[in-house]
Design a protein around this ligand. Structure first.
Ligand SMILES: Cc1cc2nc3c(=O)[nH]c(=O)nc-3n(C[C@H](O)[C@H](O)[C@H](O)COP(=O)(O)OP(=O)(O)OC[C@H]3O[C@@H](n4cnc5c(N)ncnc54)[C@H](O)[C@@H]3O)c2cc1C
Length: 430
């Protein structure tokens, strides 16, 4: 049998693929990364929309979460990158039934988070797992429980509350403080994380034949086939579930089951540029949320005048984001305007009508198919199962879906890629 072309082939040049390739290079394994798109970074992608005056704009990841423990922060610091202390710059406003929250309401809101967490922990201890919606139902008299559910399920985790595992939520650690690399995470990734790696862009992988003699893997692309001793697949669970990447033989049932229980959530960033000098009496970099009602009350948090810029950015997450994405850009902008009008009245019409507008569309990217994944109730372990070695470690999966406690983040993707590389290294060791 001819010897394989490479030691390891990595599918995808997002954070997981780059993390894996870096670790493999560091131990001297011959590795190539095959990337379908024409750029590296995947969901870390900085653009410069004209509609927003050409300022840098992260289409996907924006923050380095849990910055004190985030490995990408260390890399950024080593390279002398400027890291913006976004939490310290931020001011916050919460509205309750149209008025600014009183001090007492604000204090109750603050106290509601540990109440919600304690209720989730108690329900998980009793039932093994529950949905986030179950936690809210359990806190029937808590006026803030629907707000916390709205923040944590559809907004932050992009998940429908009734299909989202409370245990998955509790295992994740988006705690600590956040930093933002000046110029955007996507730009940082393409500037700092691709050097010295063998990456082939515009090379979609169509089929992976695995389980050959000695564990050999053959990867079929539009530009021909490549053989390797092992393969690390870092595409999203949305791509895996779509069948756009075929496996021969089909993946083991445990892997298919893990993918099915890690569906993609959806998030849309919608930005509207102001045309006048009015700033709605809000300071720069101001986050605005509101108390959410119990009955079908779609919630869109806004960041006004990020870093002193002249636009507002809304975040639409969860099932509403899928519905609006399907309805199109005008529907997304109408929804954002409706939410702004409910908060600030007709002033927003004068301020935003005729201004630039910009909407992200991760649903339409065939190489991603959503924002990031969440685990369904009683399947929080799907992340570990997806990251477990297949074929004795000759086939590994990595990515944001496989990591705890940094699920759905750039750090989680990077760490999971490095973990997969270690497992492959052990598998290929003489
Ligand atoms: C709107 C939004 C906001 C976010 N905000 C944050 C944030 O503030 N902080 C944070 O830490 N995280 C954030 N995230 C999450 C973060 O961006 C992701 O968790 C992380 O980038 C995922 O990396 P990955 O390597 O797992 O996957 P990806 O980035 O999706 O990389 C996979 C790569 O595989 C490629 N690919 C797919 N199919 C094929 C194929 N058949 N052949 C070859 N290549 C293929 C894709 O093009 C892609 O480049 C956000 C994400 C979104 C969408």
């Amino acid at each position: 049998m001819p010897s394989p072309d490479l030691d390891v082939v990595v599918i995808g040049a997002g954070l997981a693929g780059l993390g894996a390739a870096t670790a493999l290079r560091d131990v001297g394994l011959r590795c190539r990364v095959l990337e379908a798109a024409g750029r590296i970074g995947g969901r870390a992608w900085t653009t410069y929309p004209e509609a927003l005056g050409g300022a840098w704009f992260d289409m996907g990841a924006f923050w380095f979460h849990d910055a004190a423990n985030n490995p990408l922060v260390d890399i950024a610091r080593r390279h002398g990158e400027t890291l913006l202390r976004s939490d310290e710059l931020r001011t916050e406003r919460t509205l309750v039934d149209g008025h600014l929250a009183t001090e007492a309401e604000r204090a109750d809101y603050d106290a509601a988070w540990p109440r919600f967490e304690a209720a989730a922990d108690a329900l998980i201890a009793r039932h093994g797992d529950v949905s986030m919606a179950d936690v809210t139902r359990h806190l029937a008299d808590d006026p803030w429980a629907p707000t916390i559910e709205a923040w944590e399920a559809p907004v932050i985790c992009t998940a429908p509350a009734d299909r989202f595992s409370a245990l998955d939520w509790r295992r994740n650690a988006l705690c600590g403080f956040n930093l933002v690399p000046e110029g955007g995470i996507g730009a940082f990734v393409s500037r700092r994380l691709g050097q010295g790696l063998d990456v082939r862009l515009n090379t979609p992988v169509r089929r992976i034949r695995w389980g050959g003699a000695g564990g050999q893997v053959t990867v079929e692309t539009d530009r021909g086939a490549i053989t390797a001793r092992a393969c690390i697949v870092t595409v999203s669970t949305g791509v895996l579930a779509s069948g756009a990447l075929a496996f021969d033989p089909p993946l083991p049932t445990e892997v298919q089951d893990a993918v099915a229980n890690l569906p993609m959530g959806m998030a849309i960033k919608v930005a509207l540029r102001a045309t006048g000098a009015d700033r709605l009496d809000l300071p720069p970099h101001c986050s605005v949320d509101r108390r959410v009602g119990r009955e079908a009350d779609p919630f869109v948090p806004f960041q006004f005048w990020p870093f002193g810029r002249d636009y507002v950015q809304g975040w639409i997450g969860g099932p509403l984001a899928w519905d609006l994405a399907a309805a199109g850009q005008d529907a997304i902008i109408d929804h954002a305007m409706g939410q702004l009008r409910a908060l600030f009245g007709a002033r927003v019409d004068r301020l935003f009508v005729g201004g630039g507008r910009f909407v992200t569309g991760w649903d339409a990217d065939p190489w991603v198919r959503g924002a990031y994944c969440y685990a369904t109730p009683h399947h929080a372990d799907a992340r570990d199962r997806l990251g477990a070695p297949v074929a004795d470690g000759h086939l590994m999966f990595a990515g944001e879906g496989c990591n705890i406690p940094y699920a759905g983040t750039v750090a989680g993707a990077w760490i999971s890629g490095q973990d997969a590389a270690k497992a492959v290294g052990a598998c290929l060791a003489p």
